[in-house]
Design a protein around this ligand. Structure first.
Ligand code: NAI
Length: 255
């Protein structure tokens, strides 16, 4: 439906998982994609597979984010799509959580998004056009899970940030929206263990975990010109996981 030819997109945390799925969908829609990741080796390998470019960025470091944008402008003449996707989700029981663990979670997930979005604004405002898509989560704003008090807080904070930011930049032709993945089979999710994966699969009415491309396709839509009247919104992509009022409301798969 939509064509992203002549658009330039930056995807943070694009080397693997959901970010890789977003980069693949944007690339397939015709955009020039820059995969920006703290792991340059993985970013370079992924970029090669997708026909994209790779750059190092640490979203916790403002100077690194500034350098990323300067480099993209120098090499691609500018950009108009930013996907703030880099994030982590280590599990830790609340009773054992240290200040350092709490702060490290926010440093990447929440403060990283703040820096990535804020530093993009001067470039997008100059163009009077921009599409920003933030990867948040159903965890925090809609659900909870033991061990993810810090993660849920960091992810719902991104959504609070997005709504006010969307209002501030609307007059510049810039939209900011969030994709809220449910359980998406990535390296990060696999690290939660097989028991977690089985438990989550049972809780999805569509009877499967999501794929990175499920999120990528939604992000590519929100990054398109055609989505220009949508801003400050959250799009849940979870296979219906949030819907059932009881576990019995999930009908068994057909034979
Ligand atoms: P992943 O671990 O597979 O990929 C995360 C990527 O971010 C990696 O390439 C990593 O190198 C990069 N990264 C980490 N710290 C960084 C930093 N400081 N600067 C730049 N890049 C950095 O994780 P996954 O599953 O793809 O998660 C991506 C996003 O999706 C995260 O924001 C996560 O919270 C969110 N999410 C994931 C869900 C899932 O089921 N996998 C569910 C809901 C949300």
């Amino acid at each position: 439906m939509f064509d992203l030819t002549d658009h330039v997109a930056i995807v943070t945390g694009g080397a693997s998982g959901i970010g890789r799925g977003i980069a693949a969908s944007l690339s397939e829609a015709g955009a020039s994609v820059i995969i920006a990741d703290v792991n340059l080796e993985h970013a370079t390998a992924t970029a090669k597979e997708l026909g994209a470019s790779a750059i190092h960025v640490d979203v916790t470091d403002r100077t690194s984010v500034q350098e990323m944008y300067r480099h993209v402008v120098a090499t691609h003449g500018g950009f108009d799509i930013v996907c703030s996707n880099a994030g982590v989700f280590p599990n830790c029981p609340l009773a054992e959580m240290t200040d350092e663990q709490w702060e490290a979670m926010f440093a990447i997930n929440t403060h990283g998004t703040f820096k990535v979005v804020q530093e993009a604004l001067p470039y997008l405002q100059e163009r009077r056009y921009g599409r920003i898509v933030i990867t948040t989560s159903i965890t925090g704003s809609h659900t909870g899970f033991p061990g993810w008090a810090h993660y849920g807080a960091s992810k719902s904070a991104q959504q609070g940030f997005m709504r006010s930011a969307a209002l501030e930049v609307a007059r510049d032709g810039i939209t900011i929206n969030s994709v809220l993945p449910g359980n998406i089979l990535t390296e990060g999710l696999k690290a939660q263990g097989q028991e977690y994966l089985d438990q989550m699969t049972r809780s999805v009415p569509l009877h499967r975990l999501g794929t990175p491309r499920d999120i990528g396709n939604a992000a590519a839509f929100l990054a398109s010109e055609e989505a220009g009247f949508i801003t400050g919104q959250t799009l849940i992509i979870d296979g219906g996981q949030l819907l059932p009022e009881t576990p019995e409301a999930i009908l068994p798969p057909r034979d």
